[in-house]
Design a protein around this ligand. Sequence first.
Ligand code: SAH
Length: 246
Amino acid sequence: MDLPRHFVERERHHRIHNPIDATKLATLGAALRLPAGATVLDLACGSGEMLCTWARDHAIQGTGVDLSSAFVESAQKRAAELGVGGAVRFVQGDAVGYVADEPVDVASCLGATWIGGGAEGTVALLRRSVRPGGMLLVGEPYWRRTPDDEVVASFGVAPDEWTDLPGLVARFGELGCDLVEMVLADKDSWDRYVAAQWLTIRRFLDAHPDDELAPQFREELATAPLYHVRYQREYLGWGVFALMDR
Ligand code: SAH
């Protein structure tokens, strides 16, 4: 099992596959006050930027699991580039049901909570890997503005799938967690995630006009920017929430 190719091509040059930028990721790493040697399990780690930079900046030890062989390869290259190859390891595979061999200090899933069937299931999955008193990191979307039916439909989600920020924070409380830190995306960090896809797609189209993905990407490049500025950038918030069990 591997990630479908269009995802890989669209985000081939992304180090972070979420609307959090490098500065915010660094802010989060510092905010958590992780001691040197802290162990981190990152499910759906993408290209491993969180683990690699936190290993460099905070001397954490990390394991990342991701379905995409291309992203895992990028993560391994990035670890070598940052000189942290001995501190982090990346595993290609399904993170659904993945539990660490040894309990970790921090277990995370940023922007892939479908691996647990939603935020609640992902909290339950991460809990199975974390030591008592450890921390969970969950990256989730929320509505920045109240959407009407047209807006909800544009995202292809059920009306009750996402809530607003107070609703999301309340939900973490209902799951028995203290919210102990958070770093939120903003419109500019959304652009770093989404707008960066457009140039990658355009370059792909120029280089591979006859590729099987070309028709889909041509259509996407013609429509995605307008969709982004009309809906995603305006209505969708996203954040990383640091949780500790009560
Ligand atoms: N957390 C990373 C990546 C988020 S994008 C970051 O912030 O950069 C979502 C990731 O989930 C992609 O890398 C994709 O390959 C991965 N993914 C999707 N389904 C998965 C699964 N079942 N198991 C493991 N990884 C999965």
